[in-house]
Design a binder for this molecule. Structure first.
Ligand code: ZN
Length: 243
């Protein structure tokens, strides 16, 4: 059975559609939060994700911000401006669905959180020190996280923590997991590793492989819609830079 793992879609429908097409056949989907924020297709993305097979979805900080559950003082001006727009756009039934999401889900040896197992909504796992500190906050072999928008695996090798970013891969890279690890699939809708292609992960439980994939999409279409909606220009520009 194949599981599609996506994170940080950020209301980018063309990126989401490209991933769903590129992924081929899959039986279920795990979504690691931040369905909305920044992008111009919040309702379309939530509605598309709701209908995916076997969907398990957790809540990200942008979802929580929309729901009014967290302080947004740490958001920069542009993020606050797009949050204001989002609150006026989101349909009630999509808002209600997002409000039912959990911050942490544990299933079949895998923990799903948005930020980190220590602080599921806010903490960024950047660097080996923070990754190492977080290793004792989950009891499964694997913890899937999003939030940084950078595909990465951090695992314990002996007494050391190894951290590997998947930089500038071709279309895909496959690996097996034998150690306890924190694994980040990167972002579908707003990659920040200087690779503008949408990032996602496939887990195949038959041969126990994890495959990180990248796929291009129509960035120009999203940029036009961002500008037409009156959203901050930076959120259009950064998509082509992948940062
Ligand atoms: Zn995000």
């Amino acid at each position: 059975m194949k599981t599609l793992i996506i994170s940080d879609v950020h209301a980018n429908l063309p990126a989401l559609e490209a991933v769903l097409e590129d992924a081929g056949r899959f039986s279920r989907v795990w979504c690691l939060g931040d369905l909305v924020g920044y992008g111009p297709y919040p309702n379309e993305c939530v509605e598309r994700i709701i209908e995916l097979p076997g969907i398990v979805c957790i809540k990200g900080n942008h979802d929580a911000a929309l729901l009014g559950e967290i302080e947004t003082r740490n958001f920069n001006d542009e993020a606050r401006q797009s949050l204001f727009w989002l609150k006026s756009e989101i349909k009630e039934r999509n808002f209600n669905w997002l409000s039912g999401l959990r911050e942490r889900v544990i299933l079949e040896g895998v923990t799903l959180v948005h930020g980190s197992p220590r602080n599921p909504i806010w903490e960024y796992i950047f660097g080996e020190v923070i990754a190492n500190e977080n290793m004792s906050y989950f009891n499964t072999q694997i913890c899937l996280v999003g939030h940084t928008h950078v595909p990465c695996i951090c695992s314990i090798e002996g007494d050391d923590l190894q951290s590997t970013e998947f930089k500038r891969i071709e279309a895909r890279v496959s690996f097996r997991i034998t150690q306890k690890c924190i694994l980040n699939p990167g972002s579908v809708g707003q990659p920040r590793d200087r690779d503008p292609r949408a990032a996602y992960l496939i887990y195949d439980d038959e041969d126990e492989t994890w495959t990180l994939r990248r796929v291009g999409y129509d960035i120009n279409r999203v940029q036009k819609r961002i500008l037409a909606a009156g959203l901050p220009r930076i959120h259009a520009y950064r998509l082509e830079l992948g940062k």
